[in-house]
Design a protein around this ligand. Sequence first.
Ligand code: SAH
Length: 233
Amino acid sequence: MSFSACVLTLYPEMFPGALGLSLAGRALEAGTWSLQAVQIRDFATDRHRTVDDTPAGGGAGMVMRADVLAKAIDHASPEGDPRPRLLMSPRGKPLNQARVRELAAGPGAVILCGRFEGVDQRVIDARGLEEVSIGDFILSGGEPAALVLLDAVVRLLPGVMGNAVSGEEESFENGLLEHPHYTRPQEFEGREIPEVLISGNHKKIAAWRRAESERLTAERRPDLLAAAHPLAK
Ligand code: SAH
């Protein structure tokens, strides 16, 4: 059974976009995953095919209508669909590698991409949408966020990455940032590859990598260390 993604969007032409190339694109062609892009506007009911309206209570911008979105969701993900329903949203729980892994192990995802000021709260509640953020910044729409999420998920699907080991040694998989990498040439603009890495001593190499991981994590992401050791001060 392959991973089945469905994206609800006002810009279906943005898909598969970057995911049509490279590893993800090959996996899409091979049927390791599938991607359906549904045009939300097809579920508008008025002559002008309106999908948004002015915010209740006033203020700037427009809000996506609950009734139109509910129709689109019910079409794409009828009752009984086992796939989680996600809403890309800066207010959501920040996406992390653990959630990416869970999604990759599941049947797929139905992903709603917001536009304008956002989405009427009632459809979020009524359809049990899980709000997911890709970071503390504001995009103009949920589409790039959906592409980011799917890229992270698809590379974990069985058979997508040639070298499965590299998927497990990366940043975050052990709660740490990854150690630095080097490759030939041996000398670059006067900078040498660290001696230990060409020593052939695998134990020493592993210890060096671990120490570098810890140093970088302490320097750049002390929050990760704190999360791994909640009692340490
Ligand atoms: N008014 C909103 C921002 C709306 S941005 C606020 O202040 O919170 C328009 C759409 O882009 C959102 O509905 C969401 O779908 C998407 N989006 C913007 N930033 C995002 C982020 N960091 N993560 C995920 N989706 C995001």
